[in-house]
Ligand binder design. Sequence first.
Ligand code: SF4
Length: 303
Amino acid sequence: MPNNREVVAARPEKVSGLDPFRPYHFLHEQEPGPDGRLRRVNTVFLTNRECPFKCVFCDLWKHTLDEPTPEGAIPAQIRYALDRLPEAEVIKLYNNGNFFDLKAIPRSDYPEIAELCAGYERVIAENHPKITGPQIVQFQELLDAELEIAIGIESIHPEVLPRLNKQISGDDIEHAARKLRETGISLRGFILLNPPWLTDPAETRQSCLDTIRFAFDAGFETVSIIPVRTGNGYMEKLEADGAYIPPDLHMLESVVREALSWQRGRVFADLWDVRPFWPGSSESYEKWESAMNKLNLHQLNQD
Ligand code: SF4
């Protein structure tokens, strides 16, 4: 079973010289809301203290700080991004880890963050199910908006989840989902298309669908399907050992289409930087990407 030390030892260098008072990225996009109507979304990728977990597939640590985030830095980053982004109805505050980790996002910054989110109808933040506490409700109460929490469910395959070094079980996820929903928080699940240790295509596809079904059964309203790539050092090791195969984008499409046909919630394909995995020409990729963007936007399972 991989452990933190092995995962960290395999890493290449982190991005150096990050400014704690600047987001490392921000963007504007569109996404359908729970009622299917398109919403404008501002996403801010916050620079903050590295996540304490060390999942084997994760490369989010690259844009993080080693020290606790200074007070005032997160509001400054959000203000910087929002000064440059257009109006939107939804704001995603993605911090490459856990929004409710108090060393990543200081609790003393909550009131100012909530103020900066005024006017948005929905605020989406990421969090690990094991990072809980009164700070979640405290932040929720400061908001003049719905709070949605995105949780990395990854894979509920019984032989895969324990080896991902995520340090959660399916029961932990169900328990966290129940507690969050009881306080009126909406849930979004990140699900891996092709986690390591699943190398048979039929099993990989079925396991991804099983995980999506698990998410909807647990009360998640939205899932995003993420192709797993190399780039963090440990994944290269798994690939060399034959324990990881790159994502099949046709499989991504077929999983999303099948899950949409259940009509249980929103299903998104994460298309970030997937071009290298397309087996055909640039022209055929552009056609495919455009069809997938339509699927993401309209959630209609039609060619
Ligand atoms: S919990 Fe999330 S951010 Fe932390 S290591 Fe795992 S995948 Fe990466």
